[in-house]
Structures are given as structure tokens and as C-alpha cells.
Design a protein around this ligand. Structure first.
Ligand code: ARG
Length: 836
């Protein structure tokens, strides 16, 4: 009912006569009498006419809906597929879809497909059309798409009917009447995003000939970003007896694959069962992205959505003879040690590949096999039935395995089989084998429970060298080490530092705080004054437990006077929300905000945990480097981030945009963006040694500090950081060596490493302008994309910029710490250039 209607009828004394007539709502002592008095007269006729008209309108409406709109409820379903025609011979003209030969064969295929569909009640009803898109050799493979208009609710039944169109059905059919013999049919529904309304669609074809390489680029590359809302396909071919190799030398797409993506297929049409890989984001040229097909065809598709268009890609297409040694794999291996790898390692292995290595070592010896890297696709089923490495008689591996996974056999023979199926490829593996004596599996070394052998000097050194911690069990520790109750030894300088290094808290027990200090639950000591001050000063936050602030549960801030503030981000916004100024005090450097803590899994930073962290982007591209805010208008970053290369003028302020107050790269629009007015790289920066790797950036306009944007404190020129001190690194860089960047800001704690030790580990490359920090057993480090970002150290209740992420040997490798620019050494220089 229309609410207006009700309102008027209930209004006493309304002047509208007609409404007043509707007096059924008025109190009546005798309803029957009232009705009788009015009788079936005028009103009755009006009611009857109105009812009739309403019924008629309903019927007409239903008919119109049925015949006009109802058909719109059908959805368009497109299936792509390939089938082999065994009784035809490929002729060159089939490569050209305009040739008479192509058209003739395509018509025959379409006619035969139509008849096949007509045999299925489900498919015949909804069939719209088919189109042959290409042919390739072998005898002849036809690539086609078929369209169906499927009523709502029938999609699953149609999917099933298409999937069950077995080879047999086609055979039965053509035996009856069709001239073509079909074999090996693969089809699947095409992703609806690829044919959505308004999407521009383009198709290119390329035939790689023996010698020359062909280049394909996303439309507009390198002058402008790829177009929005487009679907571009590149059908690539090679000569018979060849496979294709596609090597991306630039790859820069939006980071979220559900928006923009490139897919590579081992086919000429986009059929899921031949999808090799979907890629998005950014790949640096040092991280090769190459694919090899299993036959002489390949399809590359680029799909983009409306928003955020990136530079795109450039790739080279070459053909490789199927007998080429580049594709060879497997064979006999002997001797006492050796190595082998999956085809095309460290880039993607081809689909449909089987390799077998037969290792035979001298009689009486046993074999130990180690995989430094192992990435084999598990496919959709997530078990090792699709792609796998089988150590015959021992184990089958797939997925991603930890570095240096080890398998041993108590025999002098070992057979290793690698198999990839028709879809979803990965980067594969490298493997090394060596012999061991049955009586002495680890000559002169310590044998871990996981069969790894480690140098005896690494036993009980506080680091987990085995990977299963067995080198750190049952240790008798010397005086420089803490004896943990659980048998581990940990360096003495980790005692009472607030981190549970032993794993059973022994290193944090009986730390006894001085008077005026508060003992945190983790036994760390912090000044008594910091208890209940709204900041998590104990690393476990226990100085804020049980404070009256807990009564401010739905608040964003608790004032010193006990008042709870509910407005978002009240701190440091220029307004005295508390009335006692406590929300506006301490708005200077190095303070973390007290937000309602939003603990996210793993290594994700909390929102506003590093309000000085900046994400530097080359305009309209993803994150490139980190930086730190040191004042309203100045950032500190790494000099190596602002060096020109052949393509991009990184040294020019106009190249960059800085995002401040950013937490996840997805929320760029919500953060504060600034352009850069001036870049001052250190004049002694050495691009070969990375010495003096520091630069300053001046923002085009000052920023207002808030809860999410604040400066970090600069250390004094005299500050030195003792080995063992915990520092925090943060950034959106790669989360594993060779991997892609993080979306959410990541953080990790590492420790300062003694410079002499570090210099030895890094083959003499450490200067006094560098500081080393890391976890020597590996696994925690900065990585590509973290450069320029802060290494923060906590001191005097504030965070100080101890270092700038600079370089490393790979990422998170054992005994390879991260190298940071030593900021105290540049304190005077920063003052001179910025006045800060
Ligand atoms: N140079 C790298 C970058 O540009 C940072 C490397 C840091 N590496 C490390 N292992 N700590 O992002």
C-alpha cells in the first residue's frame, strides 16, 4: 500500500471529497446496515470495473513478460573446445581463416557439431551457433566456440551435457552420416568476463618461423597503458615438429588478478583444460617469466577491467624444435654426485611432459637427493595426481616444498620421474644427489633427524640449521649462551629482551626489573609510567592489560583524564577532543598510534603501526620502493631507488608519486598522495657497491600529521646499534625471493648482526655506511620492493630510523643478512639538506 494513501484517509477533516467518501475506516455501530444502505449501486460498478481492469492489466503484463522479457532471462553461455579430425590432412591454407579451404572445412565442422548437439535434448533446445576459430596440424585440430542461450537454472545441466559429449558420441554420429572423423575432444565453458557487454575484443595471429623471433606487446605498449575493458587474444603458431617459447621481458599489470590478467594456454582457444598459467602484477626482468608449449600452438589472452590500467607487457615468441636439447630431460646419471632439473627451470616447465632420471652410484653406497627449489603445480585437486615428482619406491612430491627438501634411499639406485599434465604449470625444481656410506650417512657432520647433515660447529649455536631444530636439542651451553630448559642454547644477549627465544620462556624468566620499572608478562621491563598510557610498550602489550581503558571498549582513544573518545582518529588531528589536550600531546616523531588493534594474521602490520611508512610508485604503476616520513615535507629513501635505467627516469621528481598513510596497496585512493618536488640522492652513492645508499625526497606540499601519517625520529649521529638488538623492518616488497610484492604492509623483526661477522658473510662488501640485520638461520629478511623503506628501532619509547633497506644476496637466505644504510652516519647530511 502506498503510505500516502493511508495518511490521507486517516486525516480527519480532509477537504478532498473523494477521500472522505472512503469512510470504511470510520467507526460504525452497524456495519451491515451501512453496506446495505449503499447497496450495489454506483460504487459497486466502479469497484467491478476497476477489478476487471486490474485483472486484465495483470494478464497483459504476464504475457508481455513471458514473450518479451522472459527470453532475456536466458544467459549466454559460450563453450570453447578443440577436437582432432583424424581423416584430414593439414594444408597451409588452413592457417588463413579467409581462405576457401579454411571456410569449407570450418563449415563441415560446424555442421557436424550442430548435428551432435541436436542429439542432446538439453543442447538442441538452447543451441545458438558455432564458430571455428583456427586449425592446426595433427592430423587437423579444429579450435571452436559454441554458443547456447540457457534459461536461468539450466546452466548446470547444460554444462554437464557439454562435458558428457564424449568422443564416442561424436564417432557414433559421424559413422552414421558425417564425413569427418573426430577424436580427442576437449571443451569447457568460457569465463563470462571474457564476453561481457561493452568489452572490446581483438585477435592477433603470429607464426614464429625457424630463425626469427616474433614480438607481441599489449596494445599501446610502451607508450601508453593498456586499454580498459578489453579482451585481447594472440594466437601463436610454429612449424610442425616444434614447440613455442614465450618469454616476457616486461610484465607490469594490476596486482589483482580478478581485475586484469594474462593467461597462457597450450591451445589456440581459451579452454581451461589447457590453461598453463594466469599472471598479473609485476615481474622484474631478473625473474624470468617464460613458458613452453607442448605442441606448435599457444594462446595468450589479456583481459582488463574498467579501472587502473598499467603499462602492460612485451614478450618474445620463438620456436624450438621438439628434438632440441633445450627440451630434453631425464636420462642416466652416475658418479658419486650430480644434479638435474625440470625442463626450462627456473621458469615454467611445459605441460604434458614426462622425464625419468635413473641414478646409479657405485655399489655399496646409498643416495641422498636434495631439492634446493621445488615448485610443482598441484592443480585444482590439490594432491599429487596432476603434476608430480616421484622418487620411485619412496615418495611422491608436489606443490611447494621447503628449500633443500631431502629424500634418501638405502640403495645405490634411484629412479626419479617428473610428470606434468595438460594444464597448470609451475617453475619446477632443481635437484642434486650425492652418495653416502650406509654406516656413516653424514661423514664428519652432524646428522639431523630429517637426514640433513650440518657442520658440527653449527650444533647448539642458537640457530635452527637442520630445519627441524634437531641440531639445537640436548645442548650443553657455554657461558656465552643461555641454557634453555628445553635443551636449546640461545645467545646471552637475547636474555630478557621481551622475545621468547627459547620457546619455553627460560630466557625471559627472572629478569627482575629495577625500581620504577614495570615487568611485562613476557618479563620485559618498561618504565612504570608507560603502564596504561594507551601505547603497547611491552612487546606483548601487557602494560595495557586490565587498564581502565578497557572500559573504553568501543572507543578509539582513552584520554589521560579517563574520557573515552569515539570519533575516528582523534589523535593529533589538531582538535582537543579530550579537553585535557592528551589526544594532541606527543604528536611528534616515532610514536605508534593507539588504535583499536586490528590483529591480522601472519606478518601483516597493524593499521597505523608504521605511520611513517611511505609507498613510492612510478606514476600509474604498482609500488616500486619504500620511504620514511621525517617531517611534513621530507622523506628518506634509498639512492638506488632513484637511479635512471634505460626505460624510466627514476631520478626525475616528475616520475614519482608518494602514498602516505597507506596500509594495503588496494586502498591507494583512501591514502594521502603527494607528488615530488625535489630528489637529493647522496652524491657519493656508488651504484656498484651500494655505498652511501640514501636519498631525500621533498614533497610538493606539506602533509598534515594524523593517526596514520607521522614522522619517524631521526637517530643521533653518535648512535650505534649493538649486535643482537632487535629492529623492525617494514614494506610491501616480495614475500619470498623471486616472488611478487605484498598487498598489505608487512613487518618483521630481525636483529643487528656484528659488522665484522657480516663482512665475512658478505665477502668483504660491507662499509661503515652499512648496517647488517637479519636472522642468520634464514627465513626473515627484507626483499625486492622493500628498498628505501625503514629499519626502525625502538628506544626511549619512540621509533628511530636506524637504517634504510638497501641490498642483500637473494632474500632470507641462510647466513645472508639484509644490508641497510646506516642512518646515524648521514644525520648531519640530512640536517644540511633538509633542515630536519
Ligand atoms: N634492493 C632491493 C630493492 O630494491 C632490496 C633488497 C633487500 N634485500 C635483502 N635481502 N634484504 O627493493
Amino acid at each position: 500500500m502506498d503510505p500516502m494513501d493511508r495518511g490521507i484517509r486517516y486525516t480527519p477533516g480532509s477537504s478532498d471529497k473523494d477521500w472522505e467518501q472512503a469512510d470504511t475506516f470510520l467507526p460504525a455501530s452497524d456495519n451491515q446496515k451501512l453496506e446495505k444502505k449503499r447497496g450495489p449501486g454506483k460504487v459497486g460498478i466502479i469497484v467491478a470495473v476497476v477489478t476487471l481492469a486490474a485483472v486484465l492489466a495483470l494478464i497483459i503484463g504476464l504475457l508481455v513478460w513471458h514473450f518479451h522479457f522472459h527470453k532475456d532471462l536466458k544467459s549466454q553461455k559460450i563453450y570453447t573446445g578443440s577436437l582432432r579430425i583424424t581423416n584430414q590432412v593439414f594444408v597451409d591454407a588452413y592457417e588463413n581463416s579467409d581462405s576457401a579451404e579454411f571456410k569449407e572445412l570450418a563449415n563441415q565442422v560446424m555442421a557436424q557439431l550442430k548435428s551432435v548437439y541436436s542429439e542432446s535434448p538439453q543442447l538442441s533446445k538452447y543451441y545458438v551457433r558455432s564458430e571455428v576459430q583456427a586449425f592446426s596440424e595433427g592430423s587437423v585440430i579444429a579450435y571452436y566456440e559454441s554458443e547456447f542461450a540457457v534459461p536461468a537454472g539450466q546452466e548446470a545441466a547444460v554444462d554437464q551435457a557439454v562435458n558428457s559429449l564424449s568422443v564416442n558420441k561424436f564417432r557414433r554420429f559421424e559413422e552414421k552420416q558425417g564425413p569427418l572423423v573426430f577424436d580427442h575432444i576437449v571443451s569447457s565453458a568460457l569465463d563470462t568476463r571474457l564476453f561481457s557487454k561493452g568489452r572490446t575484443s581483438m585477435r592477433f595471429t603470429q607464426h614464429a618461423k625457424s630463425s626469427a623471433e616474433k614480438i607481441i606487446t599489449s596494445p599501446g605498449f610502451p607508450d601508453k597503458p593498456y586499454a580498459p575493458d578489453s579482451f585481447v587474444q594472440w594466437q601463436l603458431r610454429g612449424d610442425p615438429g616444434h614447440v613455442l617459447k614465450l618469454s616476457f621481458d616486461t610484465f607490469n599489470l594490476e596486482e589483482n588478478c580478478s581485475n586484469d590478467f594474462v593467461r597462457v594456454y597450450d591451445s589456440l582457444v581459451a579452454v581451461d583444460k589447457h590453461l598453463m598459467e594466469e599472471e598479473c602484477g609485476f615481474y622484474s626482468p631478473s625473474n624470468p617469466l617464460t613458458f613452453i608449449s607442448s605442441r606448435n600452438v599457444m594462446l595468450v589472452t589479456l583481459v582488463t577491467n574498467k579501472e587502473e590500467n598499467f603499462p602492460g607487457f612485451r614478450a618474445r615468441v620463438t620456436q624450438i624444435s621438439q628434438d632440441s636439447s633445450e627440451l630434453a630431460c631425464g636420462g642416466k646419471l652416475s658418479g658419486t654426485s650430480g644434479s638435474f632439473k625440470s625442463p626450462n627451470f627456473p621458469s615454467y616447465y611445459p605441460p604434458n611432459k614426462t622425464c625419468q632420471w635413473d641414478i646409479e652410484v657405485p655399489d655399496g653406497k646409498y643416495i641422498k637427493l636434495r631439492f634446493p627449489k621445488f615448485m610443482v603445480s598441484t592443480g585444482s585437486l590439490n594432491h599429487c595426481s596432476e603434476d608430480y615428482v616421484q622418487i620411485v619406491g619412496k615418495s611422491t612430491l608436489c606443490g611447494q616444498q621447503p628449500a633443500n627438501t631431502m629424500v634418501t634411499v638405502n640403495s645405490n639406485k634411484m629412479t626419479v620421474v617428473f610428470k606434468s599434465d595438460s594444464s597448470q604449470v609451475d617453475r619446477g625444481f632443481n635437484a642434486t644427489y650425492e652418495v653416502f656410506e650406509p654406516t656413516d650417512p653424514c661423514p664428519d657432520k652432524f646428522q639431523c633427524d630429517n637426514k640433513r647433515c650440518v657442520n658440527p660447529s653449527l650444533r647448539c649455536d642458537g640457530w635452527n640449521d637442520c630445519g627441524d631444530s634437531t641440531d639445537e636439542r640436548n645442548c650443553k651451553c657455554d657461558a656465552s649462551m643461555i641454557q634453555c630448559r628445553n635443551g636449546f642454547c640461545k645467545p646471552m644477549f637475547w636474555r630478557c629482551d621481551g622475545v621468547n627465544d627459547c620457546g619455553d620462556d627460560t630466557d625471559e624468566l627472572n629478569c627482575g626489573c629495577k625500581s620504577g620499572e614495570f615487568q611485562c608478562k613476557n618479563n620485559q621491563c618498561v618504565s612504570e609510567k608507560l603502564k596504561c598510557d594507551g601505547n603497547r610498550d611491552c612487546k606483548d602489550g601487557s602494560d595495557e592489560d586490565g587498564c581502565s581503558r578497557d572500559m573504553c571498549k568501543d572507543s578509539t582513544f582513552m584520554c589521560s583524564n579517563g574520557k573515552c573518545i569515539t570519533k575516528p582518529n582523534p589523535m593529533c588531528d589538531g582538535q582537543d577532543d579530550c579537553g585535557d589536550g592528551s589526544d594532541e600531546s606527543n604528536c611528534n616523531c616515532g610514536k605508534k598510534a593507539y588504535t583499536k588493534s586490528r590483529i591480522v594474521g601472519g606478518q601483516d602490520a597493524d593499521v597505523s603501526e608504521f605511520p611513517w611508512q611511505v609507498s613510492l610508485h612510478v606514476k600509474n604503476t604498482p609500488h616500486v620502493c619504500g620511504a620514511s616520513i621525517i617531517s611534513e615535507q621530507w622523506l628518506v629513501t634509498a639512492a638506488h631507488c632513484v637511479q635512471d635505467d634505460a626505460k624510466i627516469k627514476y631520478s626525475q621528481p616528475g616520475t614519482w608519486e608518494a602514498y602516505l598513510g597507506l596500509h594495503t596497496q588496494k586502498e591507494k585512493p583512501k591514502s594521502t598522495k603527494r607528488l615530488i618536488k625535489q630528489i637529493i640522492p647522496h652524491k657519493n652513492y656508488n651504484s656498484y657497491t651500494y655505498d652511501n645508499d640514501i636519498a631525500l625526497m621533498e614533497l610538493d606540499s606539506p602533509v598534515t600529521f594524523s593517526e596514520t601519517i607521522r614522522p619517524i625520529c631521526l637517530p643521533a649521529a653518535t648512535d650505534v646499534y649493538p649486535a643482537g638488538e632487535t629492529v623492525t623492518i617494514s614494506g610491501w616488497g616480495a614475500t619470498r625471493e623471486g616472488g611478487g610484492g605484498a598487498t598489505v604492509l608487512q613487518k618483521a623483526n630481525v636483529r643487528i648482526i656484528n659488522s665484522t661477522v657480516c663482512d665475512e658473510l658478505m665477502s668483504g662488501q660491507i662499509t661503515s655506511r652499512m648496517t647488517c640485520a637479519g636472522v642468520l638461520s634464514g627465513g626473515v629478511d627484507a626483499c625486492q620492493g622493500d628498498s628505501g623503506g625503514p629499519m626502525s628501532i625502538f628506544s626511549n619509547e619512540r621509533m628511530y630510523l636506524a637504517g634504510v633497506v638497501s641490498w642483500g644476496d637473494g632474500c632470507a637466505r641462510r647466513n645472508k643478512p639484509g644490508i641497510y644504510t646506516n642512518v646515524p652516519k648521514f644525520r648531519a647530511w640530512i640536517k644540511e639538506k633538509t633542515g630536519v
